[in-house]
Design a protein around this ligand. Structure first.
Ligand code: NAP
Length: 588
């Protein structure tokens, strides 16, 4: 296609996508949009840093051939006032990978936000925001280094679908009448109405991308963040569809958190990613209290909007948070802040957000060595106190430098030689150590860990006591009673008899079968009074089902089986404690 203003470099080759896989030549052509306001300052600085990192990492074998494309004010100047020319949308699609600075959305005049236009026209369905802390960056947290998550926010559905009816309009009245009269809905007269569509298609493609990212980047878990306890058929469905994708398309490399606790006793098997879910409000707490428990997050649109900014703020990263909007065959990386017009052309602002969006871009292309060079030298420069004005005002004794001087300092470090291997090894050792500590905590205190990491129990497997007290048939009842007293339990599981049947002996049995019958505990054997066969259920039985069984059968405990083994026990007290702690969420 002939472009009016865009000049595709004659050197370099286009990146392509085949069968969902990116094919990146050594000399790729990559699109960039300079952006408005501070855009030119940060873009100029970042292009130099990215190029320096690529040259250093690959010794000249690889090189990016940049292709300038136009959006925003620069586009308006070139394309007769058009802020979002068709040929730019076309070229971004054609080049597959691009990066853009911040853009001004003109106020009034019926303009669509440029970012919304890009998202919709290129169907960029995932907004991806990695959030991690860099040493030296000011943060309100005590241990910001524990934050290292990548948030995948669904970008096309939810309350952002734009299906809204303003109070007082005929459309609103029509929808309200339908909802009240035909659907039996109840709400106040004249309420504004918004619709929240969340589909299996939209949810699954987002979660699929998040899981694939976790696999490609050796991440430990993917957490589905939802408000399904309240919005069952939208947010709850998102969670269910997420688990479905994991099970059906990634079954050989994923396990659920339930399996982690119940089948693997808290020890994460090598090569498996844990799929878990958290209720959105709990997730906000967790990202402050136990951020290291989380890795890749997948979430519907609105939760993702709040969460991305709040987590970025935790690590002092609002000004340096990177982002990207991605589809299956096109990715646009972007600075997440605005155009800060008062600083335009002053060579003053922090290039961090765009810089790290470029790091994400290099990682997306598989150019990890170049990406790592930047992420490893960045904290060194900042820790030396060489920072732009925004960090300088938060760090005592810092040296304030301009945007281009900050870029110079980074490039000097990159060219000065960085021992990537040693730094990477140290990072991996730290990750392995932290992972081991989490495993030990899960192993030793499963219930406490569940509470502390914000997990809501849903099955008997989540609640069960693992360390079972067992006695044998041939022991005296007196001995079995000592076992119960010494371990402060009200029942013991009886090992299988010759017929292979497990049994149970409870304190109630002592009252009804020993004391009431005037027998001596010393003269009776366990087999004389134990109840057989034992009624047990699989670990995945829901708490609601278990409660129904206990109520219907008049039992006060149920044992948990795996094949022909008994692996745990859940009592009325366990269920009572869980309801007391989590409320109705445990049966949802
Ligand atoms: P903004 O441009 O993000 O600026 C708000 C404040 O954030 C600045 O005054 C500055 O704080 C700080 N800041 C932003 N970028 C910085 C950087 N690189 N380095 C250091 N500090 C930085 O938000 P806004 O003023 O609300 O929006 C201005 C324009 O940007 C609007 O036209 C809006 O539509 C557009 N916008 C575009 C995007 C986008 O394209 N992705 C996103 C948001 C907004 P101090 O004043 O404290 O120094």
């Amino acid at each position: 296609m002939e472009y009016r203003h865009i000049k595709i470099p004659t050197t370099g080759e286009k990146i392509t996508v085949a069968n969902g896989q990116l094919k990146v030549p050594d000399q790729p052509i990559i699109g960039y949009v300079e952006g408005d306001g501070i855009g030119p300052d940060i873009t100029k600085a970042c292009l130099r840093i990215w190029d320096a990192a690529v040259t250093k990492a690959y010794g000249g074998k690889r090189k990016i051939h940049w292709c300038e494309t136009y959006l925003g004010e620069k586009a308006a100047g070139l394309y007769d006032g058009n802020y979002c020319p068709d040929e730019t949308l076309k070229v971004l699609q054609d080049l597959v990978v691009s990066i853009k600075g911040p853009l001004t959305t003109p106020v009034g005049g019926g303009f669509r936000s440029l970012n919304v236009a890009l998202r919709q026209d290129l169907d960029l369905y995932a907004c991806v925001r990695p959030v991690r802390h860099y040493a030296g960056v000011p943060s309100p947290l005590k241990a910001p280094g524990k934050v290292d998550v990548v948030i995948f926010r669904e970008n096309t559905e939810d309350v952002y679908a734009g299906i809204e009816y303003k109070s007082g309009t005929p459309e609103n009245e029509k929808v309200a009448k339908f909802l009240k009269q035909e659907m039996g809905a109840k709400f106040f007269e004249g309420a504004g109405i918004g619709i929240k569509p969340i589909s299996a298609f939209g949810s699954k493609r987002l979660v699929r991308m998040a899981i694939q990212y976790a696999i490609d980047n050796g991440r430990e878990s993917v957490t589905l963040v939802h408000k399904g306890n309240i919005m069952k058929f939208t947010e709850g469905a998102f969670r269910n569809w997420g688990y479905e994708v994991a099970r059906e398309e990634f079954g050989n490399v994923t396990i659920t958190e339930e399996q982690l606790y119940n089948e693997y006793k808290g020890k994460q098997p090598e090569g498996k990613i844990v799929i878990k879910d958290r209720i959105a409000d709990i997730m906000f707490q967790m990202m402050l209290l136990r951020p290291d428990e989380f890795d890749v997050l997948a979430t519907p649109n609105l939760n993702g909007d709040y969460l991305s900014d709040s987590v970025a703020a935790e690590v002092g990263g609002m000004g340096i948070a990177p982002g990207a909007n991605i589809s299956d065959n096109c990715a646009v990386f972007e600075a997440t802040h605005g155009t800060a017009p008062k600083y335009a052309n002053l060579n003053k602002v922090n290039p961090g957000s765009l810089l790290f969006s470029g790091v994400m871009m290099l990682e997306h292309m598989g150019w990890k060595e170049a990406a790592d060079l930047i992420t490893l030298v960045y904290p060194e420069v900042v820790s030396d106190g060489i920072v732009t004005y925004d960090f300088a005002r938060q760090i005592d004794g810092a040296t304030e430098v301009g945007t281009s001087q900050f870029a110079d300092a980074l490039i000097e470090r990159i060219n000065g030689g960085v021992d990537l291997d040693t730094k990477r090894r140290a990072q991996q050792e730290l990750l392995a150590k932290e992972r081991k500590q989490r495993e030990i905590r899960r192993l030793l205190q499963p219930m406490e860990e569940m509470v502390d990491t914000g997990r809501v129990p849903h099955t008997v497997g989540d609640l069960m006591t693992h360390s079972l007290m067992t006695v044998s048939d041939t022991e005296s009842v007196e001995q079995a009673m000592h076992t119960m007293t010494d371990n402060n339990v009200s029942s013991v599981v009886v090992e299988p008899n010759a017929a292979g049947e497990w049994g149970i002996l409870t304190r109630r049995d002592i009252v009804t079968k020993v004391v009431r019958n005037n027998k001596s505990p010393a003269s009776l054997k366990v087999k004389d009074i134990a109840s057989r066969p034992l009624f047990s259920v699989p670990a995945e039985t829901s708490i609601h089902e278990a409660a129904t069984i206990l109520a219907d059968k008049g039992y006060s405990r149920v044992t948990i089986s795996q094949g022909d083994k008994i692996i745990g026990i859940v009592t009325e007290t366990d269920i009572f404690n869980a309801v007391e702690k989590y409320g109705a969420a445990i049966t949802e």
